[in-house]
Structures are given as structure tokens and as C-alpha cells.
Design a protein around this ligand. Structure first.
Ligand code: RIB
Length: 298
């Protein structure tokens, strides 16, 4: 079973600062790194590290071939990544000592995907394969429609959230991964309990993974709902924590793990991720997750 991750690839410019830059302020930072990121690339790395067969579908500028080698070295199949004249997407990330971040995104080549590229990719997909998308690329609805025609399952993490676009495509989605704010935004509720009730009423066939930060993760569909607790760790950088969760959870679900076990393992991976700096670079290996869970007597 293959997962085609139609997703963004960014160069993350990370500046460590005492506080976020304020209006009118110019601030020096002597701590700067340029790291591989992008919700799509991070999720592909997490999927690969968690053992899934992941083919990344995306686009970068032709001068950034090093990104391809880096993704390959982390286990991601990069043959479906196009190179283009459009600059590679990037993110400017301000990171404070309290592990808070503020991010500016430049979409660049992430919005240069073509219908031809998607058609070529999905013509090789098999029924039962998965397509994963985030909201950092173009052609989201087109990809989902094509996936459905090929009987491929669709997982969608609509971040950064565009509620209108997301509502428009929800009927094409099998598994939605959102945080609680995004979920409430989509369904028009004010609290988590009403969200868990209202979502299945509106979308009975949809499976939802709703992340709740320190309170863990909630899973629900038209028939059941369950909640798994998060692990408490000292956070250094929360960038890519959600991406790590998604990659490890999807990989475990695709491997047939029970939902609770898949979520627990993904929460452990995400906890390890926040103790390290960077996006793709902070995603743990399977062994590190296993060792962490053993320490929790799990
Ligand atoms: O989810 C984290 C990612 O969001 C960063 O790597 C950055 O590139 C933005 O896309």
C-alpha cells in the first residue's frame, strides 16, 4: 500500500529570538538556520520514518536538488517531485525561548503543481492506496476528485486553514486531521464537546482526528469517539509537531494498527519532535519512539 503525499516543500529560515518582532522594530538575531520544512515534506519524512511507503508529489526550483537528496536519505521517494523555474517555497520562522513560533509562508513552487503531473501520478495508483494533502499546495480539489475516481482514500490536513475551501472539499475526504480551533471553525461550534457531536451529524462518513494540544487527541466518526492523552515534555520548538503526529498516525493506521495504539504512538513521536529544533530534522525514528514509549511503561 502506497501513500502519495501531494504536499509542500519549504526551506525554513529559522531565527531564534527573545521575542517576536514588533511593529516598527528591527531586531538582530545571531542564531539562524536554514532547514528542510513544509508541512508536506515534514509529513512525508514522518511517514517514511514510521515505515510507510511514501511517494512525495510536489515541486521545487531546479537549483535546489539538495532537497531531493535529503528527502531520499530520510526514506522518501522523490521521483514524483517536479523541478521548475518558480522559486522553492520558503518559511520565515521566528522562534522564542518559550518555544513559541510565528511563521510567514511564501508558497512559490508549491503552487506550481499541474493537472498533468497529478494525472500522471494517479494513473499508477491502486485501489486502497492513500493520497494525503495539506493546504499548502494548489489543485487540492482536483487531486481529491482524481483520487476518488481511482478508488484511492483521501486524508486531508487543511492547514493553514481556509474554512471555505475545506468545507467545499469535505465530501471527498475519508480522514480529516485538524486541531480543535480548526474543527470548531469548520463546524461553527464554540467548544470541544459540541464539536464531537456536531461533526458526525454533518459528515457521518468522515473519520476525524482532532488534536487538542496538551490534552491529547480525539478520534471520532459517525459511530464512535475516543480520546488519547498527550505526553508531557519540555518543549524547545513545536514546529512540525502536528506533521510528525500525522505521519506516524497514518503510517500505523495503514499498517492496520488499532486507532488508539496508532494515536498513542503518534503522540509519542510528536512529543519527541518538540524537544528538538527544526522541522524535518526534529522528527524521531521508529526506534526512538519505541524507546520513549518503553520509558513511559507503555
Ligand atoms: O508545520 C510546520 C511547517 O509549516 C514548517 O516547516 C513551515 O515550512 C510551514 O510550512
Amino acid at each position: 500500500m502506497t501513500i502519495y503525499n501531494v504536499g509542500s516543500i519549504n526551506l525554513d529560515h529559522v531565527y531564534q529570538l527573545d521575542h517576536f518582532v514588533r511593529p516598527g522594530e528591527t531586531m538582530a538575531s545571531d542564531d539562524y538556520q536554514c532547514l528542510l520544512g513544509g508541512k508536506g515534506a515534514n509529513q512525508s519524512v514522518a511517514l517514511a520514518k514510521a515505515g510507510a511507503d511514501v511517494k512525495h508529489v510536489g515541486a521545487i526550483h531546479h537549483s535546489n536538488q539538495a532537497i531531493l537528496s535529503q528527502l531520499q536519505s530520510l526514506g522518501v521517494d522523490t521521483q514524483l517531485i517536479n523541478t521548475t523555474e518558480v522559486p522553492t517555497g520558503h518559511a520565515i520562522i521566528q522562534l522564542t525561548k518559550q518555544a513559541e513560533n510565528a511563521i510567514i509562508l511564501y508558497q512559490g513552487a508549491n503552487h506550481a503543481l499541474t493537472e498533468q503531473q497529478i494525472d500522471d501520478v494517479l494513473q499508477n495508483a491502486q485501489a486502497g492506496d492513500w493520497v494525503l494533502l495539506q493546504n499548502e499546495t494548489n489543485l487540492i480539489e482536483y487531486v481529491m476528485q482524481k483520487a476518488k475516481q481511482c478508488e484511492v482514500k483521501v486524508a486531508f490536513n487543511p492547514a493553514p486553514m481556509d474554512a471555505e475551501l475545506t468545507k467545499q472539499v469535505l465530501g471527498l475526504v475519508d480522514l480529516l486531521i485538524v486541531n480543535e480551533v480548526e474543527a470548531m471553525d469548520l463546524i461553527g461550534t464554540q467548544d470541544i464537546a459540541s464539536t464531537i457531536k456536531a461533526f458526525p451529524q454533518a459528515y457521518p462518513d468522515l473519520e476525524v482526528l482532532m488534536t487538542l494540544g496538551k490534552d491529547g487527541v480525539c478520534y471520532f466518526n459517525g459511530k464512535e469517539h475516543l480520546q488519547v492523552e498527550a505526553f508531557s515534555v519540555q518543549a524547545v520548538d513545536t514546529t512540525a509537531a502536528g506533521d510528525t503526529f500525522i505521519g506516524f498516525c497514518l503510517s500505523a493506521l495503514m499498517a492496520g494498527e488499532p486507532v488508539t495504539k496508532a494515536i498513542r504512538r503518534a503522540c509519542a513521536a510528536s512529543a519527541l519532535c518538540v524537544t528538538r529544533l527544526g522541522a524535518a530534522a526534529s522528527i524521531p525514528t521508529q526506534q526512538e519512539v519505541t524507546d520513549f514509549l518503553a520509558l513511559q511503561n507503555d
